[in-house]
Write a protein that binds this ligand. Sequence first.
Ligand code: FCB
Length: 449
Amino acid sequence: MGESSKQKAAGGAIPPGFIWGVSTSAYQVEGAVAEDGRGPSIWDRRCRMKGGVGDGSTGDVACDHYHRWPEDVALMTGLGIDAYRFSVSWPRVLPRGRGRVNEAGLDFYDRLIDRLLETGITPWLTLYHWDLPQALDDLGGWTNRDCAGWYADYAALVARRFGDRVRHFVTFNEFSVFTLFGYAIDWAAPGVTDRSAHLKAIHHVNLAHGLGVDVLRSLVPGASVGAIHNRQIVLPENGAEDNREAALLLDEHWNRAFPDPQILGCYPPRLAEAVEPHVRAGDMARICRPVDWFGLNHYGPIFARVDPSQVWGYGWGNAPEGSPDHGVGWPVFPDAFRDELLLISKRYRLPVYITENGCGGDRDRPDADGRVHDPHRLRYLEIYHKAMLEALAGGADIRGYFVWSLLDNFEWGAGYGQRFGLVHVDFETQKRTPKTSYGWYRDLIAAAR
Ligand code: FCB
């Protein structure tokens, strides 16, 4: 990069109207899993399975956001963010996934949305962040083609109820994580490990996305609709020749299985062949519906290696020895973030919102004065922010950035051991303490304006 673009990247490259935000998801923060008529989700079930969650914890209480949301909105106001991305819990509004509507569940989101709007924060609503109603999983979940229709009905309920106030909708969060980890590698609910189940889930979730886009467009005039993809360069572990094919297959499942059909209208080559038995005439047209933007969640690159014990013959490899690490075993590699932003801008030709980026770890603890210092997170956010500026200077059309996450929360299979929040949560007392990174992000936003 030349000197002038370096200077541009160092300042002034944030376009006008850029959106600064934070993201959370329902199961990770809400708690109140058996309150006011909410039904069980596949994550409630997984938390109760032996070995389902590493530390044996559950989302039963999580951050108790269901009750403490006014305090949490005040924390957002303190940050000065433009937008808050949260998800609706499908089983909270439709306890059995379809049929009877739970008004009390809808009321909760009404209150939250109204307060956000009063304080000048734009709600970004994610329809699906992994908490499928258990009653639907009992019918096969995403392996059942009908699940796409159940999802479309749920999307219609949400659109009708909140579409007068919410304009920004996300159909799904991180398609490939919940399909791969839920149906091929047993790291997420529902914990199936089967090639055919994985392929069906991929295709049916793609169909659900397409139907969801149409539903949102027809019910919410002027809606801004997108989907969120986790994309990370996949590298062969140790650069070894043997791991190369593993990396190519994982790349298709991880990076291309969803944005390619949804935006380019085709599956990548290896997957196209494998998924073919589940595709019906007209499906690609149902899946490939116009969206307004591309949501990118990115943390760091991933490594693949041959692993015959896994259903697809590949497994998760290790980063090279001595690689800088988040604190959760994820490599820190901001150049990969910059390159990914440039790559998706070229490949998919949509405005990009970075809908998740952040740093985990288990190091954040209050000091003797009750303050929580998180220099590792601050450093991570700084260098990833710089990488984003470089991508902007390189021509990527980036319109917004959301930190994961506002609060320390229930980190799926890792339970409460990994903290990603700008705000520390004491899970015994539910006390919230803004960390050093909270102040850094607040100042960054203020300066960018
Ligand atoms: C992403 C998830 C989010 C959170 C972060 C750390 O993959 O979308 O819910 O777990 O990772």
